[in-house]
Design a protein around this ligand. Sequence first.
Ligand code: MG
Length: 168
Amino acid sequence: MIDLRTGIGHDTHRLVEGRSLRLGGIDIPFDRGLDGHSDADVLIHAIVDALLGAAGLGDIGQIFPDTDPKNKNRDSAEFLLEAVRLLNDRGFRILNLDTILFAEKPKLGDHRPKIRQRLADLLQLDPDRINIKAKTGEKIGIIGREEAISAEAIVLIEKNLKGTGTTS
Ligand code: MG
């Protein structure tokens, strides 16, 4: 028997002056950054929500509340590592991850290989199981007007059934 679960995640942060831009655990050179309590890494936040959702563990705000001072300016890579640990503890392993970044600027295409490798390292996953897509907002809406950057993620995870008495 195969026990597969999917999860989706979405996040949006406001683009502001005076903050640095980090996406997928990588610092991206740009004249603005994302506002938020942590480092506001919108891609990692979407991935964490997808992972937690797939495992039925709620959402990022429940596990890492922005009312907790210890999460202030925190490296979101730590949220991702903690989410992976929660899944591993429950016998889940990640099969693949697909993501979309929505940004008018900066152009993110050239950064995709580095983000993919960073996520592969954090998730302990082969890079070919990770995909990063980048879209603009066609100059309309909050993305197109450069007011925000958004991200979406979808994951497939598998529950290890060893030890449950199930035969296949
Ligand atoms: Mg967020």
